[in-house]
Design a protein around this ligand. Structure first.
Ligand SMILES: CC(C)c1ccc(C(=O)O)c(O)c1O
Ligand SMILES: [Fe+2]
Length: 306
């Protein structure tokens, strides 16, 4: 039973690293860490050395998702289990761990071929983290659309020990969405999957400190002609207030605050939620069709170079 600390970092692909770096620094309000190069840029939303990596690519979207496990022992156990179960975990080499400022790490693929990384610890920054003007508190969650929903759910729930917080269902009862927390991390979801026709990154969410940050962000984004594509509103599932907007490549980002937290022992049962607009947004606001449209997922089927 794998035990997690948190969603650690996400590596995304962008078409123009410099343009996106300016956006993630000045509009999303993340801390830039180190130099921006043509190929790569690092950003932090905590005391961690990084929580978001931008990589240059001609197809904007997801490169990989990384979770920090509770301890080094837990990482070793997870490696052994995934190897035993035939998921072929591969250790990240020393050179890359040095670049990523992580101690020990390995990668593997989910049933869709998406690369996941588990690591034990990351270098902590000496400078205090003082986000401004939008107070981004952490990398919050990531949601993928997957073509094989049930197989993916089984993998995350049964193999990786993610706990299901809530699910959503079509009128005929078929489940099409699962919100999952990385146990024993208390937050309602760090990861979500939605049934889709293709494999796609739906959105990446950052937690902000309070409602003022949503208001300040909305005004700053619209003043700079950044499309705000849904919200502000309130999600029924996690109880959070949300606002979605697009990055320069059209990738969907969410600001969120006020997510439900679960105790490690005796948590409530997952609820079956319907597929109405009110369940998505208790304030029943309109959404822009561009939401979640861009988000190619890098799938690398070769054994090496995950
Ligand atoms: C509209 C999306 C998929 C969604 C729905 C609900 C929540 C939540 O309850 O927090 C989200 O974060 C979402 O991104
Ligand atoms: Fe979300």
């Amino acid at each position: 039973m794998i035990r997690y600390k948190k969603l650690g970092y996400i590596a995304i692909n962008v078409t123009d690293v410099k343009r996106s770096a300016i956006f993630y620094r000045d509009m999303v309000c993340l801390d830039q860490v180190g130099e921006i190069t043509e190929d790569m840029a690092f950003f932090s939303s905590s005391s961690d050395y990084h929580n978001l990596i931008l990589n240059k690519s001609h197809e904007p979207g997801l490169k990989r998702i990384a979770f920090e496990l509770e301890s080094t022992k837990e990482l070793e156990r997870a490696f052994e289990m995934l190897e035993r179960e035939g998921y072929n975990p591969i250790e990240v080499d020393k050179e890359e761990r040095a670049l990523l400022k992580i101690d020990k790490a390995f990668r593997f693929r989910d049933p869709n071929g998406v690369t996941f990384e588990f690591y034990n610890k990351m270098m902590q920054r000496a400078e205090p983290y003082e986000p401004s003007p939008v107070k981004v508190l952490k990398l919050d969650h990531v949601v993928l659309r997957v073509p094989n929903f049930q197989e993916t759910l089984h993998f995350f729930n049964e193999v990786l020990n993610f706990k299901i917080s809530d699910t959503r269902h079509k009128p005929d009862g078929e489940m099409y969405f699962a919100f999952m927390r990385c146990f024993p991390n208390p937050y309602h979801h760090s990861f979500g999957i939605s049934q889709g026709d293709d494999l796609r990154l739906f959105h990446i969410a950052f937690k902000v400190k309070d409602i003022d940050d949503i208001g300040i962000a909305r005004n700053r984004l619209t003043k700079s002609d950044v499309p705000v594509v849904f919200g502000p509103g309130r999600h029924m599932a996690s109880g959070s207030i949300f606002m979605y907007y697009l990055d320069p490549d059209g990738l969907t980002l969410e600001y969120t605050l006020g997510m439900e937290e679960f105790p490690e022992e005796n948590p409530r049962e997952p609820r079956m939620l319907d597929n109405t607009l009110r369940t998505t947004d208790l304030w029943e606001g309109p959404s822009d069709p561009r939401i979640g449209k861009v988000g190619h997922v890098e799938v690398n089927r070769s054994e090496a170079n995950v």
